[in-house]
Design a protein around this ligand. Structure first.
Ligand code: SAM
Ligand code: SF4
Length: 333
């Protein structure tokens, strides 16, 4: 079988798999505090069905899987899925994005099943602010998760920090210091209007040029860095002599679509060629038929747009396609 090439010559080697849209937090940039309607459990693809989709993906050249959600660790038995993905021929990287709250008791068994590395979301180092941003949960539990991940040998450990104007921008310096003192990789991320072009986004969107300005203000000597494994679209830096690195993921102020190599599978079984637009392909009718499943991946390549147009949205310009109504928790990030 030939590889997955889209109309713009981009080769796709990476599939992000969401296993649930449910979550034990309600981060203010991801979902509303109240009234989020979750999928019925019978709408979720079973692990066997996910593995069936992933098996065709691997035959078509997908080498890297990331498990995400909602919060993936609220779905029981994730180690089964990880073990199944690890056993697929050609797969060389399995990672997880989690809010970390439930990670401590599971880190070792996930590693044993084949998980290589984790991204843990951490938008603040302040306990009270954690409650404000995540609206639930507790920062100490996240740190327990980070420590357990390190003990289990998950490596690298990246911390995803969505920067929000007027909320956590004053913590850039503390995060930079953390990247200097510990072997942790901070990934600053721009707040994206996925499924919600609203006042919350317009009020809190912050371009990541702020991070480099702050590093300069603090007098840090910066070195460009290749970044840890799986750095994808991140622009990576190390403070000279630092134990870890920091990276900037700036889809709005500087989009990186020309190197996009990723597809997404939602928890209810839809392939999304692009995070931002509405287009998606239902895998259920293709289950049981590897040929039809392959055709679905090929179709995803045919309909994948050249780029998202989040910058146009910010500028108030007309867009060329229709944005998705799914929130980030219903796609997986
Ligand atoms: N619950 C897990 C977590 O929080 O890590 C995994 C799912 S979450 C949707 C995946 C990533 O998307 C997280 O790092 C989160 O911070 C990020 N995210 C969610 N909403 C976002 C938004 N509107 N803009 C940018 N990043 C967002
Ligand atoms: Fe949950 Fe992750 Fe969304 Fe926060 S970012 S509400 S932890 S899915």
């Amino acid at each position: 079988m030939t590889e997955l090439l889209d109309r713009f010559g981009r080769k796709h080697t990476y599939l992000r798999i969401s296993v649930t849209d449910r979550c034990n937090l309600r981060c203010l940039y991801c979902m509303p505090e109240e009234g989020m309607v979750f999928m019925d459990q019978d709408k979720l693809l079973s692990y066997d069905h996910i593995l069936e989709v992933a098996s065709t993906a691997a035959k078509l050249g997908i080498r890297k899987f990331r498990i995400t959600g909602g919060e993936p660790l609220v779905r029981p038995g994730l180690e089964e899925l990880i073990a199944g993905l690890s056993a697929l021929p050609g797969v060389d990287d399995i990672s997880l994005t989690t809010n970390g709250l439930l990670l401590a008791p599971q880190a070792a068994k996930l590693k044993e099943a084949g998980l290589r590395r984790v991204n843990i979301s951490l938008d603040t180092l302040d306990k009270a602010r954690f409650k404000f941003i995540a609206r639930r949960g507790n920062l100490d539990k996240v740190w327990e998760g980070i420590e357990a991940a390190a003990e289990a040998g998950l490596n690298p450990i990246k911390l995803n920090c969505v920067l929000l104007k007027g909320v956590n921008e004053d913590e850039i310096g503390r995060f930079l210091k953390l990247s200097m003192e510990q072997p942790l990789h901070i990934r600053f991320i721009e707040y994206m209007p996925i499924g919600h072009d609203d006042a919350n986004w317009r009020d809190h969107y912050l371009p990541l040029s702020r991070v480099l300005e702050e590093a300069t203000r603090l007098g840090y000597a910066l070195e460009q860095d290749a970044g840890p494994k799986g750095s994808g679209p991140s622009e990576n830096w190390r403070i000279a002599g630092g134990a870890g690195t920091f990276g900037l993921i700036h889809p709005i102020s500087e989009h990186f679509c020309k190197n996009c190599n990723r597809l997404r599978l939602t928890a209810d079984g839809h392939i999304k060629p692009c995070l931002y637009w509405v287009d998606e392909l239902n895998v259920r009718p293709a289950l049981g038929s590897p040929d039809e499943m392959e055709q679905l991946f090929r179709k995803a390549m045919d309909i994948k747009p050249e780029n998202h147009e989040m910058a146009a949205l910010l500028a108030g310009d007309k867009q060329s396609h229709v944005p998705t109504e799914r929130r980030m928790s219903q796609i997986g990030g």
